[in-house]
Structures are given as C-alpha cells and as structure tokens.
Design a protein around this ligand. Structure first.
Ligand code: PHE
Length: 524
C-alpha cells in the first residue's frame, strides 16, 4: 500500500473491517459469515478480497476434517445414547431391579426401542457396568450396579459437537480420539475434509481509522465517453472498481493431443528423417508370419496359450504361395538352403495356419521380406519401420500390459553390418534424448548375432532394457530369396518403456488410463 494513498471501500466491506477490528483476533471464514450475516462467496470474493487488495487483511488456508453428526448421532446428542435413556427408564422412581421382559416392554412403549435396539442398549449398559443381569431367581433379572454412573467418553464426545452437529477434528481432545473411531464405526457421524480460511487483519488493518476510508457509493466499472464530455468523470474516478492486474488468470484446459500420440509422432519424425518409410500390418496374424517364418520351432514355449492369444474365428489363415511354405517347412525340418541343420522335427502346416493376435511387430516387418521377394526393381538399402500394437497374455500391473506397442524396424541392404545396426539404434535413441545407449549380446531364434538394447535413465540412475535386435539368420531370409551379401538388420523395442521415461510416469497403466490431472499438466 502506497503511503498517503486514499483507501476506498464499499460501506458493507467497511462494516466487515469494523467487525474484524472489534473481534481483535483471527477468525474462520464461516464464523465471520455468521457474525456479519454475509454469504460466504460475497464475504470471501467481495469483502476479504477488497480488504486484501488494500493491504488491510489477509487469510491463510488450513486443510481440516469436519465431523458431522448423522440424524442418529444428532438424536443421541440431544436425547442421550440409547443405553442412557434405558438406564433412566430402568432407575425411574428409585427402581433397582426389573425382569428383562418387563424392561423390554417398557422400553418399547416409553422409548420406542425395538427388540434389536433394546438389546444393543442393554448390552451397552452391561458393558459400562451400570447394571448386571442375574438368573438366580429363575427369570432373568436386571439389577442396578452403578447408582451414579460417571459421564463416559462417548457422551463427552457427543457433547463436543456444536448445536449444528459439527466438530472440527483438531478441536477434539486427544483422549477422545479412540472413542471417535468407535463412534465412527457406529455410523453416528461422517468425516468431511475441507479447507478452513483463517482471516486476520494486517497491522495497517488493525490501526486504520475507519473515518479515513472513503466510502464507495456506487462502484463504477468504466468511464463512459459522456462522463468524459460532461466532466462527471472527475468525481467518478474515486468510485472506479479496482482491478487486480497481478491476479492469476483462470486456467483454461484446452483440448490437445494425447502425450502418447505426441511421442509416437516424434518417433515417426525421427525415422522419417533417417530415411525410413512407415509400414502397417495386420493385428490378427497367422502363426506362420508371427512364428514359423521367423524360424521359431512349433513347440516353442512362446507359442503356448499362456503367452499368445489364439483366435477362434477366423480359425485358419491363408498361407503364401506353395514354394515359400515348402521352403520354410524344409528350413525347420533340415535347414533347407540356409546351410543350417534345421530343428529336426516334422513341421505341420496346421500349426502354421493358426490365427492369433500378433505378439510382436516382427511379424509385420517380416511380411516386408515377401514384398522384396516379389519386387524385381527393389532398391537397397530398404528401410522401413512400424509402430503398432501387439498382444501377450500378461498379468497387468504397474510395469506390464497385455496390449502394448512396439517400435519395429528393418534395414535390408547389401553388406550391411552389425556396426550399421548399432549406429541406427544409437542414432534413434540420441534423437529421442538418451545420450547413453548400449547394446549387449542377446538371443532370439531369428537373429544371429542378437543384441539387447539398453539406455541410461538419468532420472532413475540406472540402465533400462529397451528391446531386442540383430541380423536375420539365413534360416529366415533364404526362403524369400534374400541371400548374402544382402542382409536384414532388425529390431523391436518397447514403446511404453520409452514413454514412461520421457513422460515420467512410473505406472505403465497411466499411459492409457490417462488420469485427467496428468493430461491437464503435460505440456502441449
Ligand atoms: N521381436 C522381439 C521382441 O518382441 C524383438 C526383436 C525384433 C528382436 C527384431 C530381434 C529382432 O522382443
């Protein structure tokens, strides 16, 4: 507040200031509402806001839990706990004993306690040792045990609530916290989290003389051309509504691309800039392309139901032309023309015809080999990539999904080498922002040599496995007529791992469940 500046406020806000000066203490907003008879909204965004602007008042926010009695709780607060009511009835006119059946009848007619409530009240009376029961005379009798029962914690607890049935948890004495829990289980109140706004005057607000404040009669929002012409503006200028130019503007949550879409587009850009073309392939695939063409033996464990989702309908896949199928059969059985000895078992067409949900996008890049085999004018090096969904029967948890995505790529070229493959991978991850990339020996049935790829996460401070790669074995390429010195470099990497690191989400499910608070905060 500038020294000597005139302070002007609406009369009703001056009244609030007056009340605060009289109170001479901090006050919670709701309480001030009651004192000033002002609505909450008007008090906070009108009066307190204006006083704050003038440097006269401020408030702090305090998260709190408010306990609110239910109807039942309120009834017990007003009329006593059922056991208390029953005790009063029982001891009326100095009575000291009564049969349980008579007491039940009386409780029903005088207190309206049904059988169930009666027994609840009775057992509480016994538990609190106000009465005991005895069968000594043959009928079950209730006998007085405590003539002057002291107030117990549950009663003290109910008394702590105000007449509206609410209580700030922090106002509850420590020794009543155990009973709070018991009473909550009895559903006598609800617990509500809310924010208290504690209002106080600044030193200037405390000392300012109210008579020095200019009263704003009618607030003027803008000065009109007429007022300028007539000179009326000269008096209006003191009535101008004040604007807070440093206040935060309301937050606008505009529509935007999903973070996964942004990352996928970024990956696309990188591959395009490295000279790759994007390909897509079927999600519903044949075992032939998913496994057999990749030289995975038909009894390979990954083919089992626990990993692969097989499809009932369509039940059988079409296979490529006979010569190719024959070549692949021979490769499995005896190595065919690849120079290998094969897996030495009888290859069955039926198994290759099974339909499934693609377990890796290698099935899709593999289909590219058949395109190359058919295209006489193909130019090398041929570089394609694919970012798409794959499926595995995995238990979903914070690091696994049953449906996820892979970033797959191949380079088909003359005399391409492992060094070229490493170069492509390192380049890709560098462009994605990972400075440290390593490849280490790995194993896949379809590549030789095979490598695993790992990148270093600065955030986690450790190396993370990203996927597999290698040079397709002759057992894979020969059937399609692709022969040395033409070789195929191949890789398949996890998209979600990369996204989790880039987006800093430790739970993989977030990427697709998309918590709205996260989507709002991620940049465009
Ligand atoms: N298909 C492998 C996987 O899903 C990755 C891979 C692709 C490995 C290409 C080598 C070559 O893990």
């Amino acid at each position: 507040m500038v020294k000597g500046k005139v302070i002007s406020l609406k009369p009703e806000f001056i009244a609030v200031l007056k009340k605060l000066q009289e109170l001479n203490r901090t006050v919670e907003a709701r309480e001030l509402c009651e004192i000033t008879q002002m609505e909450y909204e008007k008090l906070m965004s009108g009066a307190i806001f204006a006083l704050q602007q003038e440097g006269l008042a401020s408030f702090t926010e305090e998260p709190t839990t408010i306990l609110q009695l239910t109807d039942e709780g309120m009834d017990y607060k007003k009329n006593g706990l059922p056991e208390k009511k029953l005790y009063k009835l029982f001891t009326a006119n100095g009575r000291r004993e009564l049969s349980i059946t008579d007491l039940e009848k009386e409780a029903q007619s005088a207190l309206g306690l049904d059988k169930k409530l009666f027994f609840v009240a009775l057992s509480n009376m016994k538990r609190k040792k106000w009465v005991v029961s005895s069968k000594a005379t043959g009928t079950e009798m209730i006998l007085i045990y405590d003539e002057n029962p002291v107030k117990q914690d549950d009663e003290k607890f109910l008394e702590a609530f105000d007449s509206n049935g609410s209580l700030k948890l922090s106002d509850l004495p420590k020794d009543l916290h155990d009973v709070e829990d018991q009473m909550y289980k009895r559903k006598l109140f609800s617990r509500n989290k809310s924010t208290l706004r504690i209002i106080s005057l600044t030193s200037q607000g405390k000392s300012i003389k109210l008579s020095t404040i200019v009263e704003i009669k009618d607030e003027i929002v803008r000065i009109t051309p007429e007022a300028l012409k007539t000179g009326e503006w000269k008096t209006q200028i003191n009535q101008l509504k004040k604007y807070n130019v440093s206040a935060d503007a309301p937050r606008i949550n505009a529509g935007k691309l999903h973070p996964m879409t942004i990352i996928i587009n970024e990956i696309r850009e990188i591959f395009h800039s490295m000279g790759f073309t994007e390909i897509r392939g079927p999600i519903v695939e044949s075992a032939f392309y998913n496994f057999d063409a990749l030289y995975q033996p038909q009894d390979h464990p990954a083919r089992e139901m626990h990993d692969t989702f097989y499809i009932k309908s369509p039940a059988k896949a079409d296979l490529p032309e006979k010569a190719i199928v024959e070549a692949i059969k021979n490769t499995h059985e005896n190595g065919g023309t690849s120079g290998s000895t094969g897996w030495k078992y009888e290859w069955k067409e039926d198994i290759a015809r099974k339909m499934l949900l693609r377990t890796h996008t290698t099935a899709t890049t593999l289909r590219q080999l058949s395109a190359v085999a058919k295209d006489k004018d193909v130019k090398f090096p041929l570089k394609v990539f694919c970012i798409d969904r794959v499926f595995r029967n995995e238990k979903v948890d914070r690091t696994h999904l049953a449906e996820f995505q892979q970033i797959e790529g191949i380079v088909i070229g003359e005399n391409v080498t492992l060094g070229d493959l490493i170069g492509q991978l390192v380049e890709f991850y560098k462009r994605m922002g990972f400075k440290k990339v390593v490849t280490r020996p790995g194993f896949f049935p379809y590549t030789e040599p095979s490598m695993e790829i790992a990148v270093y996460s600065e955030v986690l401070g450790r190396w993370l496995e990203m996927g597999g790669s290698g040079i397709f074995r002759p057992e894979v390429t020969e059937s399609w007529g692709i022969k040395n010195p033409i070789r195929v470099l191949a890789w398949g990497m996890g998209l979600e791992r990369l996204a989790m690191m880039k987006l800093n989400r430790p739970d993989i499910r977030d990427l697709y469940q998309s918590p709205i608070s996260w989507l709002r905060e991620v940049p465009y």
